[in-house]
Write a protein that binds this ligand. Structure first.
Ligand code: NDP
Length: 312
């Protein structure tokens, strides 16, 4: 067991965490950043990022995260592998346990743990996990070349996943529970332009079937109306793209969150309800959830941490 002291501990390695590390390093806080379960965060599972300023031709998610990591390392950020498994924010310095083993004593903590993919909550999602069920088209799409897949959701993520899969799979069904797509207009247009993407509006998934691997989905159209129709759709892959939930469980005994679990920031800064603890990125942002807004919050959190330390 190791005990490490730091002025600034950053938990999470998405755009918020890395940007906080860049700013905190340049402010001589010698930050330690723990990358968490998915180094680079959600963007490592996305394809092209076209809306991050500074990349006129776009950039892949993994490349963007690699660039941010290198930029943080250039200024001396100590980037480590590991997860925060428990915290005690009543203690001073603040205490964070990594991998149930190492103890970090930190004067400030920046929480940038992001959000994770949501599932529908069907038993079959667990039953067929890795056997046809996935929440990451970029990670698993390759296995469905020339096959038939379905993507659940009607937002930008679902459209993005469907577009990506349409370049590999023979046919992509987009299962949308409402009668419209919530995605941005540009994404909607791209989806409509693809001949091999078929949108199933007003449709919910009741279950999956197949011997060992997914062979199809039990669907219901117009649920709860006189037009309710149950049918089976043969598919090889079932991709979830219905949003994300914030990764805040470990902090909840101390940090105030809203009903959905997002960290509440009571003022106009990134300060949480616990002095010395700040939050940045999707974990504290149910509204914008963009790479660039997360990076902006990471910058603010590092500046807030620096000012907090100066005031102490
Ligand atoms: P959203 O919350 O925007 O959309 C979630 C979608 O999943 C909605 O269509 C929702 O349906 C549907 N859904 C939610 N729960 C269920 C359920 N239980 N059963 C069936 N369908 C369900 O999440 P996204 O991940 O798509 O996007 C999050 C944010 O990230 C957005 O701000 C988006 O713009 C942004 N983003 C931007 C991208 C880009 O610019 N390249 C790429 C990806 C995301 P309903 O509409 O009925 O609620």
């Amino acid at each position: 067991m190791e005990t490490i002291n730091t002025k600034c501990l950053i938990i999470g390695s998405g755009p918020a965490g890395y940007t906080a590390a860049i700013y905190a390093s340049r402010a001589n806080l010698s930050p330690i950043l723990y990358e968490g379960i998915q180094p680079g965060g959600q963007l490592t599972t996305t394809t092209d990022v076209e809306n991050f300023p500074g990349y006129p031709e776009g950039v892949t998610g993994p490349q963007l995260m690699d660039d941010l990591r290198k930029q943080a390392e250039r200024f001396g950020a100590d980037i480590r592998t590991g997860m925060a498994t428990s915290v005690d924010f009543n203690k001073r310095p603040l205490e964070v346990i990594i991998n149930n083993h190492d103890i970090i004593h930190a004067d400030t903590v920046i929480i940038a743990t992001g959000a994770s993919a949501k599932y529908l909550g069907l038993e079959d999602e667990t039953k067929y996990s890795g056997m046809g069920v996935s929440a990451c088209a970029t990670c698993d799409g390759f296995f469905y070349r020339k096959k038939i897949v379905a993507v659940v959701g009607g937002g930008d993520t679902a459209c993005e996943e469907a577009l990506y899969l349409s370049t590999l799979a023979e046919k992509v069904y987009l299962i949308v529970r409402k009668d419209y797509l919530r995605a941005s207009k540009v994404m909607q247009r791209r989806v409509h332009e693809k001949d091999n993407i078929i949108i199933l509006f007003n449709t919910n998934t009741e279950g999956l079937y197949g011997d060992e691997v997914v062979e199809g989905a039990h669907l219901v159209e117009h649920i709860g109306t006189p037009r309710e129709l149950h049918y089976d759709l043969p598919i090889d892959g079932f991709f979830l793209a219905i949003g994300h939930h914030p990764n805040t469980e470990v902090f909840k005994p101390f940090i105030a969150t809203d009903e959905a679990g997002f960290i509440v920031l009571p003022g106009n800064t990134t300060a949480t309800n616990v002095p010395g603890v700040f939050a940045a990125g999707d974990v504290a942002d149910p509204r914008y959830r963009q790479a660039v807004s997360a990076a902006g919050m990471g910058c603010r959190a590092a500046i807030d941490a620096e000012r907090y330390l100066m005031e102490q």
